[in-house]
Ligand binder design. Structure first.
Ligand code: IDP
Length: 162
């Protein structure tokens, strides 16, 4: 039987989600349940200082929404998650949908941003966009998490199962 390797990605539930514990728990349940079936490998609530938000979103410095985005991301706690499943980066971004919730409601109804997103800035979720980004972002939010060790343990687990 062909076994697909699990991949890790870094997800954020932004402050507009975390401010509402019922919605946050609904989302945590949904992402672990069929058909999405992500495993939550690590989970942490974080409150950023402005400098941390500005460093994370440095690529957007100078854009019209940069100050608003950093203000929003420091307005309250957010939840950082390491998620695992086959092709996790692709499937998490597919589940959250396009960046702008209004557009998501048209082109990807049913996605998390289409359902929960409030505005272009307060769009509820983040997901790493590549393997390299995922590694960098996992290291940033979970400095003690050892990706190589997780992969090795995963492989041992798979061998035991088969
Ligand atoms: P992504 O989060 O879908 O990968 P990026 O282009 O990396 O999208 O943008 C980072 C974040 O900046 C978005 O999630 C959103 O919060 C904010 N943002 C992006 N584009 C806009 C915009 O046009 N107006 C307001 N905020 C934006």
């Amino acid at each position: 039987m062909l076994k697909l390797k699990k991949q890790l990605t870094l997800a954020l539930l932004k402050p507009d989600i975390v401010v509402n514990p019922t919605i946050r728990n609904q989302i945590l349940h949904k992402i672990q349940s069929h058909p999405h079936s992500f495993t939550i490998v690590e989970q942490k609530d974080i409150l950023w200082k402005l400098a941390q938000a500005k460093a994370f979103y440095k690529a957007h410095e100078g854009r019209f929404f940069f100050e608003r985005l950093c203000g929003f991301m420091t307005s309250g706690k957010f939840t950082a998650l390491i998620l695992a499943r086959e092709d996790a980066i692709h499937y998490w971004r597919q589940l959250i949908g396009p960046t702008h919730p209004c557009r998501a409601r048209v082109v990807a109804p049913g996605t998390l941003r289409a359902t929960y997103g409030l505005t272009d800035t307060r769009n509820s979720f983040h997901g790493s966009d590549s393997d390299d980004t995922a590694k960098r972002e996992i290291k940033l939010f979970f400095p003690d998490f050892d990706i190589d060790e997780w992969k090795t343990n995963q492989e041992i687990h798979d061998i035991r199962k088969s």
